[in-house]
Design a protein around this ligand. Sequence first.
Ligand code: SF4
Length: 159
Amino acid sequence: MKRIGIIICDRYKTCDGGKCFRSVREKEGTFKIYENEDVEVVGYSTCGGCPGGNIEYVAAGMKKYGADVIHFATGFLAGYPPCPYIDIFKNYIEKDIGIQVVIGTHPMPTNYIENHEKIQDIPDKYKQYWNNLADADESTKYDSTRTDYIEELDKELRI
Ligand code: SF4
């Protein structure tokens, strides 16, 4: 059993979390690393808003509730601009709180990728994280602008 916490970018604090939880269930995006394990989400919260005043508190809380790994939601990268503090947060949580951090949750939807590629605004230092989330089939699947998105999701939920 792998216990995880998810921290989201506060700019998206009203997000329903649907894509993150879908990718946990489907073991897609960064959750494919748990392909052969059960996964339990023990915490879900935001960074608290720039410059991330809630990071210390929520990471410590997630550890208390058994988190083995903390994932930063894909919105850290997909938002404009990408979070400038990702590496600082990751370093702090891993070294001070003592929990591994994985950058990303659900696959980067194709519509996000195409838009950011068009305007060429992905900083080089974040490209490695984007690449980890850009499997073509998964990115298409998580593109909610597709006309058949809801139909496909409904079928998945009926299984
Ligand atoms: S950009 Fe970074 S610090 Fe600012 S709200 Fe988003 S995750 Fe938090």
